[in-house]
Design a protein around this ligand. Sequence first.
Ligand code: DX5
Ligand code: ZN
Length: 220
Amino acid sequence: MNALRDEPSVVLPSFLLCDFGNLRREIERLEEAGVKAFHLDVMDGHIVPNISYGMPIVAAVRKLTKLPIDVHLMISSPEKFIPQFVDAGADCLTIHAEIDSDVPAVLTSIRSAGVTAGLALNPVTPLQMVEPILSACDLLLIMSVDAGFGGQAFNPIALDKLRLASEIAPHLLLEVDGGVNRKTIASCREAGAHLFVVGSAIFGQDDYLRALGELADAME
Ligand code: DX5
Ligand code: ZN
């Protein structure tokens, strides 16, 4: 993930809406379109009202690409699964600030495992709540929808948080996730986001090269 710091801005496709029956082809098409990293959404039906997939899909993607894999853990008790996700091939593990676990301790164990430690905030969670623990993380994921589903509308509350985060924690990789498309991506960039998670604005189109080109143009 550290290599991504040198890129001006990075669009990470979120696989939630991809064709899992053709994972190999999906990854090839995204790599051909110039993608530099992937985002995988793991949901356990507890902290979000949805269930997606777990370690086997991370491991399957790992076999199909050398690009960084950013894993967004929307699960309770992530501390129980850190080693499994690292073994599956995750390069970044992001946990949610809203969980009951000892969040700084989990972030520390992610770092100790040698992967990027990320912290995600739902729209309702103020940045001030996590300010004291930002030194324990490498990446801050600002959610611009309530975590749980792809295809939701962008919540501009994320923009204020991105601006504030770039001021108070310039060491962090700043990522935005949810409703990011060609209409919203420029404002996210202006607010300081560096990593842009995009689901429906890529997978809703047949031509991924074109979808990524439109996002790049919109950022200019
Ligand atoms: C939502 C996920 C997102 C989602 C993004 O909980 O974290 O990664 O798949 O999808 P879009 O871009 O459609 O909002
Ligand atoms: Zn996500």
